[in-house]
Design a binder for this molecule. Structure first.
Ligand code: WT7
Length: 637
C-alpha cells in the first residue's frame, strides 16, 4: 500500500478529496509514516496571525522515517551515492544501514559537544556525504539546523549565526568546486569574529587547506568520531519530537531588509516532502534519482535529503559543478550511475545547451526515464532541448514550481501521469489550493488570465514562522491579501486552467535560480566608500534567467573601471559572489518621484533595452535624468 497516484483520474480524485476533506486526506497520507505517538488533530490553522499546526499532539523523529524504518527491508540499498568533484577520485556509496550508523555516530559527537534539543547548529560544508550526515544528526538529536550555502561570505554567515544564536558550527577545512578550492574554515573564522554565541566548531577534513584551529573552540570531525568509536559503535536513540518542533531554519532573501530565517517544523514537512517526492517523480523502488541542487538550498533539503530518504530512495549527491572537467559532466554522472530521474535547473540546462551538443556525443543517457526542472521559469527552447537531447524524446518533464517557504513542490505535473506544456508548471498537487488575485485584491476566477499567485489553504510543508520575528512572517506573506499566503510570483492561467509562473512581482531577483533581494545588493554597494546611492534591477539574461543591473551614483575620481572592480569586491565580501552585478552603470542621479521614491519601472526598461515608451514620467522630480541614464546605458552596449 502506497500513497503514490499513478493515473490522471486518480490524481483528480485525490485532488478533489484534498479540497473537500483535507483533514481526512492528509490523515490517511500520514499513516504511511512512522510515529511514536499519533496526532490528536490533523490541522489547526488561521492565516491571520498566522498559526498553523499540522498533526498536533503527535510524537516522531524524522530520521526514524528516513533511516531506521528502511533498515530491515532495505538496509543494504544505497541511500546516498556520492560523486566527487574530481572524476578521478573514487565515488562513495552509503547504504541505509551505513548512513544510519554514521548519523548515530555523529549524533553522539553533537551530544559530546554539548548540543541539546532545540539548540541551533550552523552547517557550512561542501557537498560531501558528511553534509547530509550532519544535517540528519541534528534532526536525530532534535537540534535545529541552519545550513548556509558554501558560496556565502563570512559576513552572511555571521548574520545568520547571530540571528539564530547558533551554538555550534560544522564546517570543513575547504571544499572543491570545479578547479577552485573554497577555504571554508578560514571564512568561518572571519565570520566568528562577530559571533558570541558559538562555543564549538567541528571541522571536517576535505581539501587539506591550511587552517588555524583555535584552542578550546575548534575540534576535528575525525577526532570526535574516534572518541565515539572507542566508546563502541553505539546506537543513538532518536529524540522524541513534537510535530510542530522546528526542524530547521533556512535563510532566504526578500524584497526588503536582511534575509529571513524561514522555519520549517517536523511532521508536516516530513509528510509533505515524502508525499510530493513519491508522486511528482513517480519514484519506483529500483530507481536511481539525481538532484543536482546543493543541500545549502531548500531543493537540496527537501529533494536530496528528506523527501527521497523518507521514501527509501537512492539519492545521488554531486560535489562539483556541471562544467568540470567539461560541460559533459552531468551526462557522465548519468551514465556512470545509471540515473533514472534527473532533477535540475533551467540555468544549468541553458548553460550546457550553449556549450553545444558535442558534449553529448557518446554519452549513454538511456537510463533516463524522468526529468525535472526547478528554480525559475523554463523557456521553451531549453525545455525542448532537455526533452529531446537528454530525455531522448520520451522522458516526461516535470516543471516544479515552489519556494523555500513552501517546503516542497506545490504546482507540477506528476511525471508521466499529468499532461505537460513547455514552460507550464501545469496543475497544483493534491492539497494545494492556488488562486490568482487582481490588483484590487479580488480573486480572479476565470481562466485565460494573469494575476498574483496566492495559496488559500494550508499545506503541511508550509513555513510556520520566520525565526525570531513572527510579525515579519505575517507582514511578508499573510498581509497583502486577507486570509491568503502570497507567493510574490505572477502567474498566467490558460484557458484550460493550467498554470504558468511568469516570475516575481516584487523586488526579488532570480539569478541562476538563486534568489537575490535588490535591497540587499543595494545595501552592499552603498557600503563602498565612494558610493552615494544605488539602485538594482533585473534584466533578461540568456543563461542566468535574470542578470543584475546596478545603477550607481559614485565619486569614481575618473577611474571608473577601478571603482567598478572595488564595488564588485564589496558585494562579494558582504554577500557572496552570487550577488555580483553583471552590469554597473554610473549615473549622475536616479529617477525619483517628488516623494523620493525611485521609479524602478524606468530603470528596468532601460536595463532591458526597451526604451520605446517609459509611460508617465510627469511625477518625476527631474524628468531629464531619464535621458541622461538612457544615453549612458547606450554607451554601455
Ligand atoms: C522562487 C523561489 C524551491 C525551488 C528553488 C527556488 C521561482 C521556482 C519555479 C518554476 C518558475 C520558479 C519563483 C519562486 N521559481 N521554481 N518551476 N517556474 N519559477 O526556491 O529560492 O525560494 O525561490 O523561484 O519565482 O518564487 P527559492
Amino acid at each position: 500500500m502506497s500513497f503514490q497516484i499513478n493515473t490522471f483520474e486518480a490524481y483528480q480524485a485525490a485532488y478533489d478529496k484534498s479540497v473537500s476533506d483535507p483533514e481526512a486526506f492528509w490523515g490517511e497520507i500520514a499513516e504511511h509514516f512512522f510515529w511514536k505517538r499519533k496526532w490528536t488533530n490533523v490541522l489547526n490553522w488561521n492565516f491571520k496571525e498566522p498559526d498553523i499546526r499540522w498533526f498536533d499532539g503527535a510524537k516522531l523523529n524524522i530520521t526514524e522515517n528516513c533511516l531506521d524504518r528502511h533498515i530491515y527491508s532495505n538496509g543494504d540499498k544505497p541511500a546516498i551515492i556520492w560523486e566527487p568533484n574530481d572524476p578521478q577520485e573514487a565515488h562513495r556509496v552509503l547504504t541505509y544501514k551505513q548512513l544510519l550508523a554514521k548519523v548515530e555516530q555523529f549524533a553522539h559527537v553533537l551530544k559530546n559537544n554539548n548540543v541539546k534539543k532545540g539548540d541551533r547548529v550552523c552547517i557550512y560544508l561542501p557537498m560531501v556525504p558528511e553534509l547530509a550526515i550532519a544535517t540528519l544528526a541534528c534532526a536525530r538529536i532534535g537540534a535545529i539546523h541552519s545550513v548556509v550555502f558554501g558560496g556565502f561570505s563570512a559576513r552572511s554567515i555571521a548574520d545568520r549565526i547571530n540571528d539564530a544564536q547558533c551554538k555550534l558550527v560544522i564546517t570543513s577545512d575547504g571544499g572543491f568546486r570545479g578547479n577552485k578550492v573554497l577555504e571554508l574554515k578560514n571564512i568561518v573564522d572571519d565570520a566568528l569574529v562577530q559571533c558570541q554565541s558559538v562555543e564549538r566548531v567541528i571541522v571536517l577534513t576535505r581539501s587539506r587547506t591550511p587552517v588555524s584551529m583555535i584552542k578550546g573552540r575548534d575540534v576535528w570531525w575525525e577526532d570526535e568520531i574516534s572518541k565515539v568509536e572507542t566508546q563502541g559503535n553505539l546506537a543513538f536513540p532518536a529524540e522524541e519530537m513534537d510535530s510542530e518542533d522546528p526542524l530547521f531554519i533556512l535563510y532566504t532573501s526578500g524584497s526588503t531588509g536582511t534575509p529571513k530565517g524561514v522555519v520549517h517544523s517536523t511532521a508536516g514537512y516530513m509528510v509533505y516532502t515524502g508525499y510530493t517526492f513519491s508522486n511528482v517523480f513517480q519514484y519506483q523502488p529500483d530507481e536511481i534519482y539525481f538532484c543536482t541542487a546543493d543541500i545549502g538550498w531548500i531543493t537540496g533539503h527537501s529533494y536530496i535529503v528528506y523527501g527521497p530518504l523518507s521514501q527509501g530512495a537512492t539519492s545521488v549527491m554531486f560535489e562539483g559543478i556541471p562544467t568540470f572537467p567539461d560541460a559533459g559532466r552531468f551526462w557522465d554522472i548519468v551514465a556512470k550511475h545509471k540515473v533514472n530521474i534527473l532533477y535540475t535547473a533551467p540555468t544549468a540546462i541553458r548553460s550546457l545547451m550553449a556549450f553545444g551538443d558535442e558534449y553529448l556525443e557518446n554519452k549513454d543517457l538511456s537510463s533516463i526515464r524522468k526529468l525535472g526542472s526547478v528554480g525559475e521559469p523554463i523557456n521553451e527552447e531549453a525545455w525542448n532541448w532537455f526533452s529531446e537531447k537528454i530525455g531522448g524524446g520520451n522522458a516526461p518533464i516535470t516543471d516544479t514550481w515552489w519556494q523555500t517557504e513552501n517546503g516542497g513542490i506545490l504546482i507540477a505535473p506528476l511525471a508521466g501521469v499529468s499532461p505537460t506544456i513547455p514552460g507550464y508548471a501545469m496543475l497544483p498537487l493534491p492539497g494545494v489550493q492556488p488562486c490568482l488575485m487582481d490588483e484590487n485584491g479580488k480573486e480572479i476566477v476565470e481562466n485565460d488570465v494573469t494575476g498574483n499567485l496566492c495559496i488559500k489553504f494550508p499545506w503541511p510543508g508550509m513555513l510556520r514562522t520566520t525565526w525570531g520575528d513572527h510579525e515579519r512572517c505575517q507582514k511578508t506573506y499573510f498581509s497583502t491579501y486577507e486570509d491568503m499566503y502570497f507567493t510574490g510570483d505572477g502567474c498566467y492561467r490558460n484557458k484550460d486552467g493550467y498554470y504558468r509562473i511568469t516570475g516575481r512581482v516584487d523586488d526579488v531577483l532570480n539569478v541562476s535560480g538563486h534568489r537575490i533581494g535588490t535591497a540587499e545588493v543595494e545595501n552592499a554597494i552603498n557600503m563602498h566608500s565612494d558610493v552615494v546611492e544605488s539602485a538594482i534591477v533585473g534584466y533578461p539574461h540568456s543563461v542566468k534567467g535574470q542578470g543584475i543591473y546596478a545603477y550607481v551614483i559614485a565619486n569614481h575620481h575618473g577611474k571608473e573601471e577601478d571603482t567598478k572592480q572595488n564595488i564588485l569586491q564589496t558585494v562579494t565580501r558582504l554577500i557572496g559572489a552570487i550577488a555580483k552585478p553583471d552590469v554597473i552603470q554610473f549615473v549622475e542621479d536616479l529617477p525619483k518621484t517628488r516623494s523620493g521614491k525611485i521609479m524602478r519601472r524606468i530603470l528596468r526598461k532601460i536595463a532591458e533595452g526597451d526604451t520605446d515608451n517609459f509611460g508617465d514620467t510627469s511625477t518625476l522630480l527631474d524628468p531629464s535624468i531619464v535621458d541622461k541614464i538612457l544615453e549612458g546605458a547606450q554607451a554601455h552596449k
